[in-house]
Write a protein that binds this ligand. Structure first.
Ligand code: ADP
Length: 298
């Protein structure tokens, strides 16, 4: 049988994380204890997860011609993600400059850099998008729209962060993957109404389906996820683990979900696997570094 195929069009970053006792106030300098330089970006995180979950995975995005380009892509390269169509452009590789204090409070500045150039033209120039297509909200809306127009198979849309997208593109998601906050914002885009933060996730999921989205997965952190399809909304519990760092858990979930859908699983089965994969990731520090390199224990 052919290996399941996933194509991810999205962002890749270098995360520069400084660890310090307390965050500086405006105008202030504080001495940090240490820093880490790691690869990130939601697109790249999801590509790594899809590859580690067993799919032949291609990543389509853009990096600069700077030293960070190599760091941004090295984990993907090591996991066998196809990187031939990652554009090298005259901009900086995207960076997230992160400050974290002793109480794990953070302060983050994201410089999109090359990711801002993954627009409609760049996506069209990249050519055919094979297999299950996975998209996030860290590239321009025009790039997301062009990718959906070119999709060959179902589209997994993880619109995080939530950006404005034309209705027809929101409705193309199958599934839409979002956490509870994002799901409420996406619903607000579709119906123009504000949704109270305490509106039950089941109601939000049902309303998203009623607008015409074929399927929806709402992730609920340690409470697992909701899988909604047809007229069914079902909650899948999370695997009980001792979480140390949930950074990138949603990306682990989305990438693994896409890999299993590409392998032929139904949505519920794929979400169950994705929950186990993401539960492994929360037991390690960081995003990409915490993704399981072996599926033996899943
Ligand atoms: P996001 O980071 O995008 O907000 P979530 O926090 O909802 O995403 O996490 C995504 C998925 O990761 C969850 O649906 C769940 O399967 C898994 N997960 C997250 N936190 C935990 C946890 N503490 N224990 C077990 N699984 C978790």
């Amino acid at each position: 049988m052919q290996q399941p195929q996933v194509t991810i069009v999205g962002s890749s970053n270098v995360d520069i994380t400084a660890l310090m006792n307390r965050l500086p106030s405006p105008g202030e300098t504080v001495l940090a204890d240490s820093y880490q330089l790691t690869s990130g970006g939601k697109g790249a995180n999801q590509a790594l997860a899809a590859a580690l979950a067993g799919a032949r995975t291609e990543f389509i995005g853009a990096v600069g011609r700077d030293l960070n380009a190599q760091i941004a892509l090295e984990q993907l390269d090591a996991a066998g993600v196809v990187l031939e169509r990652v554009a090298r452009v005259e901009a900086n590789t995207g960076v997230a400059i992160i400050q974290v204090d002793a109480a794990a409070e953070n302060c983050i500045a994201v410089v999109s850099g090359a990711n801002a150039g993954v627009d409609a033209k760049a996506v069209r120039d990249a050519g055919a998008l094979h297999g299950i297509l996975v998209l996030q909200g860290e590239i321009p809306a025009s790039g997301i729209a062009a990718a959906i127009d070119a999709a060959e198979e179902r589209v997994v849309l993880n619109l995080a962060p939530v950006i404005e997208l034309q209705r027809q593109y929101l409705l193309a998601a199958n599934p839409l993957v979002a956490n509870e906050h994002e799901a409420a914002l996406i619903l607000a885009q579709l119906d123009g109404a504000q949704h109270p933060i305490d509106e039950p996730e089941e109601t939000i999921a049902a309303k998203l389906l009623a607008h015409g989205i074929a399927s929806v997965v709402i992730t609920l952190g340690a409470n697992g996820c909701l899988v909604a399809e047809g007229d069914q909304v079902q909650q899948l519990p999370a695997v009980k683990v001792a979480a140390v760092d949930t950074t990138g858990a949603g990306d682990a979930f989305t990438g693994a979900l896409a890999a299993r859908l590409a392998a032929g699983d139904g949505l519920e089965q794929a979400a169950e696997f994705a929950g186990k994969f993401a539960a492994m990731s929360v037991q390690g520090h960081g995003a990409q570094a915490s993704y399981p390199r072996s599926l033996d224990t899943i």
